[in-house]
Design a protein around this ligand. Structure first.
Ligand SMILES: [Zn+2]
Length: 208
């Protein structure tokens, strides 16, 4: 069974159906079929009601590394928010969750939702980084796809593990990650975020 993925207001049911959303009678929930491209349905993703990071600008990290499946060298992307971003900290009682300014940059992992303005920018600058179904999360998330074999690459393999291409062990690895500033406001729902970014200053900035 799927997690509850979509919140669709009654007036938009017809539109959601037309875009591929389905209604589960038994559980009375809207969901995205597993193999379906969720992007047109992202406005209804329940995750957008649980935004937990905000920033006025962000960096798109990019590194070329072998695809874990076909081994072709491909671009992998990740989202990095600068020092001064805001994060929602969870309290024991959710009513007491609080926002706090974080004075360190952070990489975002298991991103379930990003605001529409950022989605549009990512379509242009990182077309192989998109919303898809994650087996590990059992839900939808933004992830890398191989531009050669088209397989999805979960954050686990390319960003979350220390020493993976987007999570450098040393300055030499960090020097291969370029950071491009995306001048767009970010609102996102992420599963986790790093506390600081290792070797952040060694990552070259790209302006093109
Ligand atoms: Zn591949």
């Amino acid at each position: 069974m799927y997690p509850i993925d979509l919140t669709v207001p009654e007036s938009e049911h017809a539109m959601a159906l037309q875009l591929g959303a389905r209604w589960n009678e038994k559980y009375a929930v809207w969901y995205v079929p597993r193999t379906f491209n969720a992007e047109p349905l992202s406005r209804w993703l329940t995750a957008r009601q649980h935004v937990n990071v905000r920033a006025r600008t962000l960096w798109l990290g990019r590194v070329y590394a072998p695809c874990p499946i076909c081994e072709t060298s491909i671009p992998l992307h990740g989202l990095v928010v600068p020092a001064g971003h805001s994060a929602l900290f969870a309290a024991d009682d959710p009513a007491e969750d609080f926002w706090q300014v974080v004075e360190e940059p952070a990489q975002l992992y298991d991103v379930a939702y990003v605001s529409a303005a950022l989605q549009a920018v990512l379509r242009v600058h990182a077309p192989t980084f998109r919303l898809g179904y994650s087996e590990l999360l059992e839900g939808f998330g933004w992830m890398n796809y191989c531009r050669h074999c088209r397989e999805r690459i979960e954050d686990q393999g390319c960003a979350l593990d220390f020493g993976s291409p987007l999570n450098p062990l040393d300055e030499h690895m960090a020097a291969k990650i370029t950071l491009k500033e995306l001048r767009v406001e970010l609102e996102a729902t992420c599963g986790s975020q790093s506390c600081g970014v290792q070797f952040f200053d060694q990552m070259p900035r790209s302006c093109a």
